[in-house]
Each structure stands twice: as C-alpha cells, then as structure tokens.
Write a protein that binds this ligand. Structure first.
Ligand code: SF4
Length: 341
C-alpha cells in the first residue's frame, strides 16, 4: 500500500459565477482517502457533493473559482497544466456518471468506447486494447460479444456496467461514482454495488461514492461524509453514521427510509420539512437551523465547527447539541390521519 495518502482535499472552496452573482457551492471541505478505501458523500440535491467530485478532476464550468488544495498522489490537481491534467484523467482518476445513456456515444459500439481511453493514454496496439476490453467486460460481468453492441441494445444495468468498465480501463488509483446506481432498479442496483465493492477490494483503488441514499453508502463504504449547504456536517464510519447519527441532518437522512413491517413508521413517517437553503442567502449561525427540530438559541448566531466528538473521537459533527454530548434523535412528526391503505 502506498505511503502517500491517495487523495487529500484541504479547505476546498468552489464558487460558481452566474447571472445571480456568485454562488458558493462548496465552502471549506477537508477530506482524505487511502488506497483500497471507500468514502461516501451523502446529502440532498444542491448540497455540493457533485460539485466537490467534479472539482477533483477539474470538470467545472469556466469562471468557476476554486481555492484550497486537491492533492492526488501528492500532486495538486489545481496547479496542474492542462497537459498534466489530461494525463491524470482516466489513468489516475476516473468518474462514473449517473446517466449511462447520456455518457455513452449512441453512434459507437461499446467495445470501441471502452478501448478509446486505452489507446489514447497507453498508446498500445489495437489488438492489445481489444484484449483489455474483453478482460474488462468479463470483470464487470458482461459477455465479450457485447463489445460489438450499441448502447441502445443494452439494458440500464448493462450500460452502467459498461461505464464501470470504462472507468477501470486505464487502471486508475481513484474512481468517483456519482449517483452511479440511482437510476437502476433495486435488484440491478444491488448487483452493481456488489460489483463496485469487489473491484475496489481486489484492485486496491480508492473510491468516492456519491449518493443521496445513506443506506446505499452504509452498505458500500468504509466512511461517510454528510454534506449540507456546501459543508461536511458529519463524518464517521458509514455504518455508525447510518445507525446512530450525531447530527440532526444525518439523522433525518437515515430515518427517511421506511422499515418493512414497521407499522408505526408507516403511519408516522419521519423526514425533513423544507428545502436546503439558497446558497446566495445562507441562514446565520448553523445553516441547518431553519429546518432543525432540536435547534436552540445559540444555533441562530454561532456557526458550529466540524469537530471530533469528545465521547467518540472517530466521529466528527458540526452541531452544538452533539458537541455537548446530548442525544440528537429528532422527534417524529405529528401522527398522520390513519389511512385505510
Ligand atoms: Fe440543529 Fe443547532 Fe445542531 Fe445546527 S447546531 S444541527 S441547528 S442543533
């Protein structure tokens, strides 16, 4: 295992420029990832997790301001020339997007598309690239004859497997999966998640997995970072965050999934009212306070830092209540009218 941390993100800020002025999408994030480990990024749409992932490969729109450091194998991605960055994409780090149908070229057979980064980055002969394509298809559970198929001839799950094969094509050290299984049905999702987990373990790559579904991350990742309004608000072992959140927002995300057979949960579904804040007009103090069921007076004025908890140093939480060691289990909402269904 490498002695250098695979990925270190230090005080990352990403600010978009638009017709409404500047939009702070990521506001001071620190993360690190070692080879063979998986970290999940959770949160609602607009919390900054996809922006953070795109920043790692500098896939952001022009005029976006990015500050901080993104050290990949010790080299700062933000300082790289475009030539160096081009070499890093695919060969050091690759990304799996959500919509495989949109990411694949409908005009080309999938074998050609998987071979393209191999030919470009490794400059091998075509027959070598073809052999690698066959190996990759086998690894992701697709028959080799599928290399001559066009994307529309494959199911959603098969297309997502092709995306994974493409991400693996140049043996990257880091793979970013951005909602890679969100569009799949639960059975195919489970298969693809299993495949991803095995590949991470067998190839000793690091993986960042992005999902709004905390249960998916709890099953797949070693660690999870929950983001809200551009910041990490809780970080810790994935299973522990899912089973016993130490931030009211993570608790709400974890509780949003009904338990089969739990009649009480059916009649009193837990969830979270309201929407994430407008990034151009963030609330004072803790940005979560307008939606927080356990907010208190100091939450409106004092920004809670993301700090290790005194009673659990492996866990970090940006919450005054959690830092004081108080339970943050949020109350269930008022009982709904009994339904006959
Ligand atoms: Fe809620 Fe206050 Fe904790 Fe923010 S700091 S999550 S408002 S209790």
């Amino acid at each position: 295992m490498s002695l250098v941390t695979l990925l270190q993100i230090q005080d990352l800020h990403v600010t978009y420029s638009g017709s409404r002025g500047t939009i702070p999408a990521v506001r001071g994030v620190d993360l690190s990832l070692d080879p063979g480990r998986t970290i999940g990024l959770a949160g609602e749409s607009g919390c900054g997790k996809s922006t953070l992932a795109a920043a790692i490969l500098r896939l952001l729109p022009p005029r976006t301001e990015v500050t901080g450091k993104i050290l990949l194998d010790g080299k700062d991605v933000l300082e790289m020339s475009f030539g160096a960055l081009r070499a890093v994409r695919w060969s050091s780090a690759s990304i799996i997007f959500q919509g495989a149908m949109h990411a694949l070229n409908p005009m080309h057979r999938i074998g050609v598309q998987i071979a393209e980064p191999i030919l470009l980055h490794e400059q091998v002969e075509e027959k070598v690239a073809r052999k690698r394509v066959a190996e990759l298809l086998d690894q992701v559970g697709l028959p080799v004859w599928r290399s001559s198929s066009y994307p529309h001839e494959l199911s959603g799950g098969q297309r997502q497997r092709v995306m994974i094969a493409m991400a693996l094509a140049c043996n990257p050290d880091l793979i970013i999966a951005d909602e890679a299984t969100t569009a799949l049905d639960v059975m195919v999702q489970a298969q693809v998640l299993d495949l991803i987990s095995n590949l991470v373990r067998d190839r000793d790559v690091g993986m960042i997995m992005i999902s709004h579904d905390l249960s998916v991350l709890a099953d797949t990742c070693d660690e999870v970072a929950v983001m809200y309004a551009g910041k990490v608000v809780e970080q810790g072992h994935a299973h522990e965050v899912f089973a016993g959140a130490r931030h009211p927002y993570s608790d709400a995300l974890a509780s949003a999934f009904p338990v089969i057979g739990d009649v009480e949960a059916r009649h009193r579904p837990r969830g979270l009212a309201g929407d994430p804040p407008d990034p151009t007009d963030l609330p004072s103090g803790c940005t979560f306070h307008p939606r927080c069921p356990v907010a208190r007076d100091d939450c409106l004025t004092v920004v809670p830092p993301l700090e290790a908890l005194a009673d659990d140093p492996q866990r970090r939480s940006a919450c005054h209540v959690a830092q004081d060691g108080l339970p943050i289990r949020t109350p269930a909402p008022v009982r709904m009218e009994e339904s006959t269904t």
